[in-house]
Design a protein around this ligand. Sequence first.
Ligand SMILES: Cc1cc2nc3c(=O)[nH]c(=O)nc-3n(C[C@H](O)[C@H](O)[C@H](O)COP(=O)(O)O)c2cc1C
Length: 204
Amino acid sequence: MSDLRFALLSGSTRTGSQSGKVTRFAAARLTARHADALVDVVDLATTPIESWHEGLWNGQPTSPVWQATSATLAAADALVVVAPEWNGMAPPALMNIFLMASKGELAHKPALLVAVSAAVGGAYVIAELRVFGAKNTQIVYIPEHVVIRDVKNVLNGPEPASDADERVRARLDYGLGLLGAYAVALRGVRGSGLLDRKTFPNGM
Ligand SMILES: Cc1cc2nc3c(=O)[nH]c(=O)nc-3n(C[C@H](O)[C@H](O)[C@H](O)COP(=O)(O)O)c2cc1C
């Protein structure tokens, strides 16, 4: 489908992060797959979003940076959440997004989780994000996810540098392909007339 819109979130606040590299690689693969789709990248290393803002509850204006990010997320049909594993968990700035996105920006939208590890980690951050952060945002993580291990040695150029690089590229393409199908399918859910965020803004 040509009019899809994707937003990719790079969850590392480190300058020159590997998560940023992975995010840009995934964005390019989405653009190659969906020639007419809009593909937005939000890199938390270059997007200084405030840590929670009381204005989300009392109506005071949030920062222009958050307002722009909120609009990007709200416009998306589907998301890619690229999460580095830091001490076996997601970075605080990434979890902060799930506090800030309290206006339905992510609600009932499919998301592909991509974990990033310089070593052989990544499983913990996938588990954390699948369990925590979706209750009130109502983001819908698709069953397929990607764990990118030994990240410094993969996804560095147009051609795979090793068998492992080739395997991870295939896995990422598979996840991104499925994400596009979920994007189309969940548009139907959001347009069904069944959602009632006024009565039920938060999950149980
Ligand atoms: C504070 C911190 C904690 C980390 N803890 C882990 C970890 O628990 N497991 C792991 O596989 N890698 C860990 N790493 C290394 C990351 O896998 C590595 O930095 C990788 O490049 C992803 O992070 P980046 O996107 O910020 O570059 C940690 C890195 C930082 C900065």
